[in-house]
Design a binder for this molecule. Structure first.
Ligand SMILES: C[S@@+](CC[C@H](N)C(=O)[O-])C[C@H]1O[C@@H](n2cnc3c(N)ncnc32)[C@H](O)[C@@H]1O
Length: 209
């Protein structure tokens, strides 16, 4: 869980920051809701300070929302208690830990996180393991291949000190292909204007044997 240092350092500021593009955020919430049912068991990984999980909570049975950073999770837990939400569990964990423990979910959410993980194929294969057949994986992911070389170079330096997160740069096509390799079919995709982010709804295919 080496990633945690940076995120613990910025957790308080992250929780107070305004959402950069409120309209796109609300559209992503609305698209996600189309896939939520009152009986849905939901997993969110990389949940940050938990705002999105808490907003979706009234629409599902239960959300397990996880993050590698203890400070993110303690802020999320404070918000959960303040809001009197009893069907969200916040937990410090990452995909390795979740997969090792088992369990499968109707809906898995990974928002602004896939590009921060070391290996896209490994992450998507773990997400596939955690998603029920016929269930969906919904993610919002920055596709940064060829962009921000200077930022990434500076990042490499600070990463050595544990002060900057991993940034994994891939194209939108590479992202979508990696979903397919992991056994997902792309059901919907949407790229908010003027950014590098793509919002993807991918359905885990049923095994044919
Ligand atoms: C950019 S923030 C996104 C938070 C939230 N999903 C959102 O959209 O606001 C990335 C989050 O991923 C968490 N994170 C980074 N690496 C992780 C990992 N390997 N496993 C789980 N969470 C991780 C960080 O602690 C941070 O809270």
């Amino acid at each position: 869980m080496g990633q945690a240092t940076f995120w613990n350092l910025i957790a308080k500021r992250y929780s107070k920051a305004n959402i950069a593009d409120q309209e796109s955020y609300e559209k992503k919430l609305a698209i996600t809701r189309e896939y939520l049912e009152p009986e849905s068991e939901v997993l969110e990984f990389g949940c940050g300070t938990g705002s999105t999980a808490l907003l979706h909570a009234p629409h599902v049975k239960h959300i397990l929302a996880t993050d590698v950073a203890t400070k993110m999770i303690s802020i999320a837990e404070e918000k959960r208690v303040q809001g009197g939400v009893d069907n969200v569990s916040f937990e410090v964990n990452d995909l390795d830990g979740l997969v090792a423990r088992g369990g499968q979910y109707d809906v898995v959410l990974g928002l602004n996180i896939l590009h921060l993980l070391d290996d896209l194929d490994t992450a998507l294969s773990q997400v596939a393991t955690l998603t029920k057949e016929g269930g969906v994986f919904i993610n919002s992911t920055a596709c940064l291949q060829g962009k921000y070389k200077a930022v990434r170079a500076v990042g490499a330096f600070f990463r050595l000190l544990g002060l900057f997160p991993t940034i994994n740069a891939f194209t939108e096509n590479e992202l979508l292909e990696a979903h397919r390799r992991a056994g997902f079919a792309i059901e919907a995709q949407w790229a908010p204007e003027g950014g590098d982010v793509v919002f993807v709804v991918a359905r885990k295919q049923e095994k044919t044997d």
